[in-house]
Design a protein around this ligand. Structure first.
Ligand code: FE2
Length: 377
């Protein structure tokens, strides 16, 4: 069934070679049908609402909540008017990630380098000011209708950006140990993988970190191809998936059908203690995919000694994988909205820098069981 080829390191990471410096993912903005209620979902994941923009703050166009946990900052926004482009976006795509924002040192340079190399500009460098200082942003077009934004908030001391006010501490939001974004995965259409690999390489100066082809990632029925693009300091990792031909519908095709085009498939968040984090998330009702017990029967032989207890790993449905540098533990949620589109990953790295290729087969088989239930296989 599945042949596991070695992971190919295409080019070494090299910060010096970056076209422009990206320090971190600044935030992800979701455009959703009801931001106020989405806040409650993210609170269950341990995120605290920290800032708000809306009618009360002078924002007459949309309501927007910033939630944060560790270094992960998410923005949940909903338009007030049915005629707003945000409403059209939400009607077409359902809830999803509109913007991936990256914190850069020089927004002008990021805009200049990317647009000169073929990226389509959406918003040229713009400065917004309030009593807290100045924030500079620019936006280029990513896959589908997804925006990539560059942010420089070095001269801004406010809670998020102008029109947003800080919220009082919400003691009902109890952290679960999610600390930082590890990677953000995009799904693109059949035949578009290499376009986007080249786009990230040429326009953003990223390098290909790993490549899994459809011989690596397929089950009896469905297949996909995946390539991982990243920047030189390794803080930005954007895997890209493309459906591959199989007997039945690829999970990537299901996403593309329901999102109506390319977009963010999953957001992977780092924890320093996955057993504790997943236990807390499960207690709060967050739903994760489960793989069959046979996976756990074979796991100790496949992975060898680990710091965690195998009993905990099996009880919580956590997956494990090992490479030359160490191992990693990961788990995937069910879709986080009604459409089978965006989902979440929780990951703990113990040395390994891969993405869990050894788990793809077991994982995809369990995704297919869910697809079958939805009548989409
Ligand atoms: Fe992932």
């Amino acid at each position: 069934m599945t042949t596991t080829a070695p992971i190919t390191a295409v080019r070494p990471m090299d910060e010096e070679a970056d076209l422009f410096k990206i320090n971190a993912v600044d935030h992800l903005e979701f455009w959703v049908g009801n931001a106020k209620q989405s806040v409650f979902f993210w609170k269950a994941l341990g995120f605290k609402p920290v800032a708000y923009s809306g009618l009360e703050t002078g924002n007459r166009r949309y309501a927007s909540w910033v939630v944060q946990q560790g270094q992960i900052r998410l923005v949940l926004s909903t338009p007030y008017s049915a005629h707003d482009e945000m409403a059209a976006h939400q009607m077409l795509h359902g809830d999803g990630v509109k913007t991936i924002a990256m914190e850069v040192e020089d927004v002008q340079a990021a805009w200049r380098e990317t647009t000169a190399r073929g990226a389509k500009g959406v918003q040229p460098p713009t400065e917004a000011r309030d009593d807290h200082g100045a924030i500079r942003t620019a936006i280029i077009q990513g896959y589908g209708q997804t925006h990539f934004q560059f942010v420089d908030r070095a001269d801004y001391a406010g809670p998020f950006k102008p029109t947003y006010k800080a919220l009082p501490e919400d003691k009902t939001a109890v952290p679960t140990g999610l600390a930082a974004i590890d990677h953000i995965v995009g799904n693109v259409e059949l035949g578009k993988m290499n376009f986007w690999v080249n786009w990230f390489h040429q326009a953003m100066g990223f390098r290909q970190i790993v490549h899994y082809d459809d011989k690596v990632i397929h089950t009896e029925y469905s297949a996909l191809m995946s390539k991982v693009m990243g920047n030189g300091n390794g803080r930005i990792k954007f895997p890209i998936n493309e459906p591959a031909a199989g007997k039945k519908k690829s999970q990537i095709e299901e996403y593309l059908d329901y999102y109506v085009g390319p977009g963010v498939q999953h957001l992977a968040m780092i924890t320093g203690d996955i057993v504790k984090t997943v236990r807390a998330l499960r207690e709060r009702g967050i739903e994760f995919l489960r793989v069959p017990q046979a996976y756990y029967d074979a796991l100790p032989d496949r992975i060898g000694p680990i710091k965690e207890k195998y009993d905990d790993i099996a009880e919580l449905g956590i997956l494990a994988d090992r490479d030359d540098e160490g191992y990693l533990l990961q788990i995937f949620s069910r879709p986080i909205q009604d459409r089978p589109t965006v989902f979440l990953e929780v990951i703990q790295r113990r040395g390994a820098r891969g993405f869990g290729v050894g788990n793809f087969r077991a994982l995809f088989e369990s995704i297919e069981i869910e697809q079958e239930k939805r009548g989409n296989l």
